[in-house]
Design a protein around this ligand. Structure first.
Ligand code: AMP
Ligand code: ZN
Length: 498
């Protein structure tokens, strides 16, 4: 019996608003898509909350035995400041501001996003497609929608025809918006407007020749619509219909609503079976966002350089802070909350360090039902709509037991060796693999190892260059710091730290 059979997963599906039993289309395979960043500036902590939420979904589904293909895209073209496909192009705007080429902006912020993910222990997805790498697929999809009669072309731009679509299908189901309300709520179209109805949205947008990012298409030179990118990339790698699609709550409308309409418009079927939305990270109750000026960058957190921060916080303490609430609740960011999270994380991390070093002397003792029940509870909580908050509560219970063992209050010899092994491996697995919480200091250890390896390489180079003065200096200076280099037989150099 696999873990996913033993602990069936339920997911709150934003489409129905209800918690539903998760049954993948082709179990044990699971297709998971989550909207990635628009790489026009640095991601802030709000963005990271959403990426962390889906990182945990990916980690847990994989842990319980599903074969997950996780696609998280990079939006590197076509995202305009207005979600309806109007306004200024975000990447072009940043390129102008920073006096760089759009693709330099894309490269710079993709790199910085990856770096932040690494620091936060957010796993790389199985596929990370870019919009600029899938222009052909997007053009093909626009053609299909046009051929099916759900779009129209005006002056080189192609718009999705929401009214026409609604003659046959529903629009607004995911976000629960009533289209008549939407029509009333939106401004009147002025005469120059190319759209037939205010709710229509661009799936291909003509741009002028001075727009640097532009591609040829059957309708002239232009850029893909932002909503279309996700539809085209999701379909390409996960199929016309796949299991889970995630993103932040703010993307429900219009982004995800448009994705549904586009896929139905092109292929006649709803693209996603379970829609999941992570709630917002807030500051004093307000959504954290770059435009509101209330955003915190990861770098500012780790260095404590933001004026509103009392001190620096470690990446794992911040990750713990995010996991302390269920992904579907809002989470408010404050110094107090971070300080509390830091304490909580340290407790769990200390217990992790302790249990890794603990070994059972062997032998059959009693089967402590209570300890085994804790493992069971951790699985039940995670399978219950990925409830990380409740899972952390179980890990706290477990960490108290670990401390009891350490202090001798609970003798290992009283416990069955097998039961202890199960308990030990469950604690380590839930901390590291499922929640992605590394032991405090282990990241510094990796960094230190990397730096020493660089020094060893430099020393090798100095030797081949016959610069013995430099190679000796590197060896002696490292030695003074307590790092002893040792020459191996095959020319490999290893080291020990005193
Ligand atoms: P963007 O790069 O703006 O497309 O955003 C990337 C992801 O971050 C999307 O899934 C957004 O929904 C999400 N996001 C943006 N702001 C917040 C926030 N304050 N809290 C949680 N998620 C957010
Ligand atoms: Zn998307």
């Amino acid at each position: 019996m696999t873990l996913f059979e033993k602990y069936p997963v339920s997911i709150t599906n934003s489409l129905s608003g209800k918690k539903e039993l998760f049954t993948p289309l082709k179990s044990p395979f699971v297709g998971l898509y989550s909207c990635g960043p628009t790489v026009y500036n640095e991601v802030h902590l709000g963005n990271l909350r959403t990426f962390t939420a889906f990182d945990v979904v990916y980690r847990y589904l994989t842990h319980i035995g599903y074969k997950v293909r996780y696609v998280r895209n990079i939006t590197d073209a076509g995202h305009l400041t207005n979600d309806a496909g109007e306004g200024v192009d975000r990447i072009e705007e940043s390129a102008k501001l920073e006096q760089l080429e759009p693709m330099e902006i894309v490269q710079k912020y993709t790199f910085s996003f990856h770096e932040v993910c690494r620091i936060f222990n957010i796993l790389p997805p199985s596929i990370e497609p870019t919009a600029t790498g899938h222009i052909v697929e997007q053009i093909e999809m626009v053609k299909k929608i046009l051929a099916n009669g759900y779009a129209y072309e005006v002056n080189g731009s192609v718009y999705f025809d929401v009214r026409k679509f609604m003659e046959k299908y529903k629009y607004g189901e995911l976000s629960g918006r009533n289209i008549d309300e939407l029509l009333e709520g939106t401004r009147e179209l002025d005469r120059q407007d190319e759209k037939r109805h205010a709710v229509d949205f661009a799936i291909w947008k003509a741009v002028s020749p001075n727009h640097i990012q532009r591609w040829p298409s059957p309708w002239g030179e232009g850029i893909p619509g932002w909503h279309l990118e996700c539809s085209a990339m999701g379909t390409k790698y996960l199929g016309e219909q796949f299991d889970i699609h995630g993103g932040g709550m703010d993307l429900k409308f219009p982004h995800h609503e448009c994705e549904i309409a586009q896929s139905i418009g092109a292929y006649g079927k709803a693209p996603v079976r379970y829609w999941m939305h992570a709630n917002m990270l807030t500051v004093n109750g307000e959504k954290m966002s770059k435009s509101k000026g209330n955003s915190f960058l990861p770098r500012e957190l780790f260095t404590g350089s933001h004026p509103l921060l009392a001190k620096a916080y470690s990446p794992m303490a911040v990750r713990f802070f995010m996991l302390q609430s269920h992904y579907s609740s809002t989470l408010d960011f404050s110094n107090e909350a971070l300080q509390a999270a830091e304490k909580g994380y340290k407790k769990l991390s200390n217990a992790l360090g302790t249990i890794k070093k603990l070994d059972h002397p062997g032998g059959a003792g009693k089967q402590d039902e209570e300890l085994l029940k804790l493992i069971d509870e951790a699985y039940r909580n995670m399978s219950d709509d990925f409830n990380t908050a409740k899972t952390l509560a179980v890990l706290f219970e477990m960490s108290s037991r670990i401390n009891d063992i350490k202090s001798g209050n609970y003798r290992l010899t009283d416990l069955d060796a097998d039961a202890f092994q199960k308990f030990k491996s469950a604690y380590i697995t839930f901390m590291e693999d499922v929640l992605g919480l590394q032991e405090e200091g282990s990241q510094n250890q990796e960094l230190l190892d990397g730096v020493i390896r660089v020094m060893i390489e430099l020393r090798k180079k100095a030797r081949t260059d016959r610069n013995y003065a430099l190679s000796d200096k590197i060896r002696d200076d490292l030695k003074a710091l307590g790092v002893q280099l040792m020459d191996g037989k095959d020319g490999e150099i290893s080291y020990t730290i005193e």
